[in-house]
Design a protein around this ligand. Structure first.
Ligand code: AMP
Length: 298
């Protein structure tokens, strides 16, 4: 990080990458430079990076060119204070990984610079149905927090392309809605979930699992596969209950196992055989909450 302090724009320069902490300095810098492809790619993260994040950065580099990554553990999206306090932090390693991916800019704001007005009584977004189901109902206020931070980040970075993971399926639908509401010229690109060899979706929260728990967590993916392989048109509740039982038998505490319309996230008890479907799961291993999903008929 101290390979040379770059003067004139309030950023730290490593060999290839500039690190900004102040929103104003970053947006001024982005306005001042000429980006050859006229294209800025953006990958927002909460740090503790794994290959899922890195693949988004590499995709941004390939498809957008100039790439901005942010690391910010957003307090307003944590409905559970303990989850926030235990969220893994790994900044030094993250910086090296991000730089190695060819990223041009890393933005590491703190809470007071992103929320100068404090984190209480913030703006509310009309997310309607999307925040009444699944993550929305099990984590009240979560998607309001996601929108509060993402609206700020999108205003600062003004990306042409925003890269996010299918791992957070419902979040990607919420962000698509936010982009529409904000009326900004940003294209959302949702990329496939990167998995460990056991099938477990990579997640910063996996760091909190023991080796045995991590191996067992591969059963979440196996359960999604089971749903995919046993899907047939007609009634869906039996399949959902079988999947839930499989998870319980493998030691998980289940928040939900659902099958929904992949575009609208409307939960389904029956399937005509035509709609595109997604299966979504949220479980706990001890106090570690994991989510995953799978498109069923693509
Ligand atoms: P997070 O740091 O968990 O907020 O994630 C930052 C971005 O990385 C989000 O767009 C996530 O959907 C995405 N992401 C997280 N895990 C994965 C994964 N296993 N594969 C692909 N993208 C992921």
């Amino acid at each position: 990080m101290d390979k040379g302090l770059c003067r004139g724009f309030n950023g730290f320069k490593t060999t290839h990458m500039i690190i900004f902490k102040q929103p104003l300095s970053l947006s001024k810098y982005l306005n001042s430079i000429k980006i050859p492809e006229k294209s800025i790619g953006f990958v927002p993260t909460m740090g503790a990076l794994h290959q899922g994040h890195i693949s988004l950065l590499e995709q941004s580099k390939r498809e957008a060119g100039f790439t901005v990554c942010s690391i910010f553990i957003n307090p307003t999206q944590f409905n559970d204070r303990k989850d926030f306090e235990k969220y893994p932090v790994n900044l030094e390693e993250d910086i090296y990984k991000i730089e190695a991916s060819g990223t041009d800019i890393l933005f590491i704001p703190d809470t007071t610079t992103l929320y100068p007005e404090g984190i209480e009584n913030l703006e509310k977004y009309q997310l309607e149905y999307l925040e009444t189901v699944l993550e929305g109902s099990f984590r009240p206020g979560h998607f309001q927090g996601v929108c509060q931070v993402m609206s700020r980040l999108l205003q600062i970075v003004r990306p042409n392309k925003l890269f996010m993971g299918q791992k957070d399926y419902q979040q990607s639908l919420v962000i698509q809605k936010l982009i529409k509401t904000m009326n900004v010229e940003t294209q959302l690109i949702v990329s496939p979930t990167i998995r460990e060899t056991s099938g477990l979706a990579m997640s910063s929260r996996n760091m909190r699992l023991s080796e045995t728990e991590r191996k067992n967590a591969g059963n979440i993916y196996q359960t999604l596969q089971y749903i995919k392989e046993n899907l047939s048109s007609g009634e869906l509740n039996t399949l959902k209950n079988q999947a839930k039982l499989l998870l319980i038998q493998n030691g998980f505490i289940v928040d939900y196992v659902e099958i929904a319309d992949a575009d609208t996230l409307v939960l389904l008890n029956e399937w005509s055989g035509h709609q595109q479907l997604v299966a979504l799961v949220a479980v706990f291993i001890r106090d570690v909450r994991l989510i995953d999903n799978m498109l069923l008929n693509s």
